[in-house]
Design a protein around this ligand. Structure first.
Ligand code: F6P
Length: 535
């Protein structure tokens, strides 16, 4: 991050106290000025601790980081993922262009369209019952076996887009290597009506391969070896490993090393979702992503939704020292959205060295958490309202519900609007007294307010608005990575644990192996060895 500007930012915060009540009183047009719409979404960021000079300073931060050039580099396929020497082209996955981008000798748009066509044809075969299982029955259950980016995106979107799914098909998402996840899923499905999609970019991930082998053994036991071809397909970049596993590569849907796992939902990793919602709705999802991509690439920073969210996040992380931000969707269908964002944001920007390899001396990626409203209100909002930490929050809501039962939606949205109002403006001691609150209770019933929030609102949760919402956060994370001068597209931090787990796995199965870890780990492994199930 540009140090001068960072210091300036901190100085700005110290010297000028921002009070939302005063800011709103001083400028009746504040809400209007600080509301921006794009790609079906409206962002009201007026309830943030900013005024026009602060926003200008923040925009300068983006300019000084050469954000414009960096955006172009990403869209044009420059190898911006330097530590893995790869392009970062998830935006190409949702482009409606069919030609015009050649990267490392590959016709990127052409290849993307070819895989989308292959996915569409396959999805239609399943949906129309033309693809039959080994005993001649229609496929009714889809089990996506994957983890991280090969699970969270389609799992989140399958739930988010439930009203658009073919209800006679049921999708399951098995990710955890804990056998419970697979075992409980197998209890709910029938082998001769099930399609397993083994989704793994590398096709080497321990959890996914273990689950895939277990599923294969279960199916073979029930239907025999020859059934595998009708009940297993793969999504991967690694054809050799797919073939080695025993899946015909004719039943493989490919993608490319320039698609990061956590950015892979609109690649073939979305196959389960496409089967569920159909190719037409899937196309609408991609068009939502593309609309936000276009906005991000072309809108001036001060009217650019992803850039604004990124800059405000940087203000709270680096200016105010906020550790986390909450994402609070007021829509039950978006229940898994915070979990999806955790990987997107924390795996991307959880970095502590800059692009030159030097330790950073400022905060980078925040902790992301959240739950759907109104449930969260009855759990953790107390801390946001009256705790000692600053927790900026994004409130996400829709004007129309897919389930217009009595007045549920008005009640939901009344809470949605009430919370950001209460967080911003609070309740003073004087107001409490005027309401007759006894003096000894006034300190407890006073709400300080001045808690910053963003409000994101759209007419309805549809494939299109979901695509745009995901792209909004993807580009927010990208922008922050640029300003923090870190690499957002690698994830070396997950490697060490994987290597150690491989070593320990041997020690758990062969209990005669000597243990040479630290004293704590040795004792814990010994305890496990002494108590584990032996048959
Ligand atoms: O745990 C790290 C990670 O590499 C993620 O980035 C990725 O989404 C996940 O594992 C799954 O990887 P794969 O798709 O190769 O199985």
């Amino acid at each position: 991050m540009d140090i001068d500007t960072a210091e300036l930012l901190a100085g700005q915060i110290e010297s000028r106290e921002m009070n939302l009540k005063t800011l709103f009183a001083e400028d009746p047009a504040r809400a209007e000025k600080m509301t921006v719409s794009a790609a079906g979404w409206t962002l009201d960021y007026s309830k943030n601790l900013v005024d026009e000079p602060t926003m200008k300073l923040l925009v300068r931060l983006a300019e000084k980081a050469n954000l414009k050039q960096e955006i172009e580099a990403m869209f044009n396929g420059v190898h911006i993922n330097k530590t893995e020497d790869r392009a970062v082209l998830h935006t190409a996955l949702r482009s409606s262009k069919t030609s015009g981008l050649v990267v490392d000798g590959q016709d990127v748009y052409g290849d993307v369209q070819a895989v989308l066509k292959q996915m569409g044809e396959f999805a239609n075969l399943i949906r129309t019952g033309k693809w039959l299982g080994a005993t001649g029955k229609r496929i009714k259950y889809i089990v996506n076996i994957g983890i991280g980016g090969s699970d969270l995106g389609p799992a989140m979107a399958y739930q988010a887009l439930a009203p658009f799914t073919k209800r006679s098909l049921k999708c399951f998402f098995v990710s955890n290597v804990d056998a419970t996840h697979m075992a409980e899923t197998l209890l709910q499905i029938k082998a001769d009506q099930t399609l397993f999609i083994v989704a793994s970019k590398t096709f080497t991930t321990q959890e996914t391969m273990t689950n895939a082998h277990t599923a294969r053994a279960w199916l073979v036991e029930k239907l025999g070896d020859a059934a595998v071809a009708k009940h297993f397909v793969a999504v991967s970049t690694n054809a050799a490993k797919v073939a080695e596993f025993g899946i015909d590569t004719a039943n493989m849907f490919g993608f490319w090393d320039w698609v990061g796992g956590r950015y892979s939902m609109p690649s073939a990793i979305g196959l389960s979702l496409m089967i569920a919602i159909g190719p037409t709705q899937y196309k609408r999802l991609l068009s939502g992503y593309e609309a936000m991509d276009r906005h991000f690439r072309t809108a001036p920073f001060k009217r650019n939704l992803p850039v604004l969210l990124a800059l405000l996040g940087i203000l709270y992380s680096n200016g105010y020292g906020a550790d986390s931000y909450a994402v609070l969707p007021y829509d039950q269908y978006l229940a898994r959205f915070p979990a999806y964002l955790q990987q997107l944001d924390m795996e991307s920007n959880g970095k502590s060295v800059d692009r030159e390899g030097n330790p950073v001396d400022y905060m980078t990626g925040p902790i992301v958490w959240g739950e759907p409203g109104t449930n969260g209100q009855h759990a953790f909002y107390q801390l946001i309202h009256q705790g000692t930490r600053l927790i900026p929050a994004d409130f996400i809501g829709f004007c129309k519900s897919h389930n217009p039962l009595s007045d549920h939606h008005d009640k939901l949205m009344a809470n949605f609007f009430a919370q950001t109002e209460a967080l911003a403006f609070g309740k003073t001691a004087e107001q409490c007294r005027a309401e007759g609150v006894p003096e000894n209770l006034v300190p407890f019933k006073t709400f300080e307010g001045n808690h910053p929030t963003n409000t994101l609102i759209a007419p309805e949760l549809t494939p299109k608005t979901l695509g745009a919402l995901i792209a909004l956060y993807e580009h927010k994370v990208f922008t922050q990575g640029i300003i923090w001068n870190i690499y957002s597209f690698d994830q070396w931090g997950v490697e060490l644990g994987k290597v150690l787990a491989g070593k320990i796995l041997k020690e758990l199965s062969d209990t005669t192996l000597p243990l040479a870890h630290d004293a704590s780990t040795n004792a814990l492994i010994a305890y496990y060895r002494a108590n584990k199930r032996t048959k």
